[in-house]
Design a protein around this ligand. Structure first.
Ligand code: ZN
Length: 335
């Protein structure tokens, strides 16, 4: 809530205008809205909508606020998904994430994420950050435009653990247009001319991004006749989905008996392609646990041996840790 307006109405107005401008300039672009009227859509549902549409880009539009109405702070920020150690960024993410309290059973849906707890952001720690580079690239374009075309104060491109961005399998950004807690900024956000400039800024950045995107598509189409498949999230209601994936050639897979150790290098909500840059060329294995694909490297029945291996790969995976299995079942490491 600002003094005169509410965040949800500003966001919706700017989102619709942005879509309209993009549609006018790019008839080849299909625009999918998570909402076109005053309804609440859960954070995961927003990501689902984008995933189901096989979207190439996800734009989440918001207005920022500080709890102090007297704060002079104003300006635009664009966020990409990631783990943050910055208390300030964490506060913004916590506030935006707190709308999950409007959803039933949010504790199950978001794996125990508690919007009131700072520690909750740590659940993002081991998640692989897909499309980080493209997201950052687009975020910079939008930030530049918000300053240039909409004349917003530049508060920079930042990173934080937004739930709404977590499960979207495409380049994705979250825009905080400006602060409704600041009187001057709020007036701007509520004005028709302000909303038009903000939408213009975002659509200009979109045009710039699309140009690069089309060039890349064109080039990769020339290189290979096979069409690039977008990464799509597995339907988590039907996990495990391993059998539904095209069977990858399995290297001499033996069923291990007894106690074995592996090194978990990362977890992802999507199944990664074999040559995924996140795997850094390592020959990895994976298993499904909960909603995650957990990627492992190495295998040994000898703790010292696996620990040495972990140290060896620390240069590439500094957060890797050892996990244990007994007769193929994962067991707590302290056993
Ligand atoms: Zn918001």
């Amino acid at each position: 809530m600002g003094r005169r307006g509410e965040e949800k109405n500003i966001n919706l107005a700017v989102a619709k205008l942005t879509g309209q401008y993009i549609a006018d300039e790019h008839p080849d672009v299909k625009i999918v809205y998570t909402r076109t009227k005053d309804v609440f859509i859960g954070l995961d549902e927003r990501a689902d909508i984008a995933n189901k549409a096989n979207a190439n880009l996800f734009i989440s539009i918001h207005s920022n606020a500080l709890s102090s109405r007297r704060s002079p702070i104003q300006g635009a920020e664009v966020y990409v998904f990631g783990v943050t150690r910055s208390a300030e960024n964490l506060e913004v993410a916590k506030r935006e994430n707190s709308v999950i309290l409007l959803e039933d059973n949010y504790q199950q849906k978001y794996e125990g994420y508690d919007p009131n707890s700072a520690e909750s952001s740590i659940i993002f720690e081991f998640m692989v950050n897909l499309y980080a580079e493209q997201s950052l690239n687009f975020a910079s374009m939008v930030q530049r435009e918000l300053v240039k075309t909409a004349d917003r104060e530049n508060r920079g491109v930042k990173q934080a653990g937004y739930l709404v961005l977590r499960k979207s399998s495409m380049p994705r950004i979250l825009i905080e247009l400006d602060y409704i807690s600041n009187r001057e900024a709020e007036n701007y956000l509520l004005s028709t001319s302000g909303q038009k400039s903000l939408a213009r800024a975002i659509s200009n950045a979109f045009t710039e991004y699309k140009k690069e995107f089309d060039n890349k598509e064109h080039n990769s189409a020339k290189e290979s006749s096979g069409k690039q498949q977008a990464a799509v999230l597995p339907d988590t209601n039907r996990l495990p989905v391993l059998t539904e994936q095209a069977p990858a050639p399995q290297p001499e897979k033996t069923v291990s008996t007894g106690r074995i150790y592996k090194i978990q290098i990362l977890a992802s909500v999507t199944k990664l392609p074999d040559k995924s840059p996140e795997l850094k060329g390592y020959k990895t294995d994976y298993f499904v646990e909960g909603k995650y694909y957990k990627y492992t490297y190495g295998e040994s029945s000898d703790w010292n041996e696996i620990n040495k291996l972990r140290q060896k790969i620390a240069k590439d995976f500094n957060k890797a840790f050892i996990i244990a299995f007994e007769n193929g079942v994962k067991i707590p490491i302290n056993n």
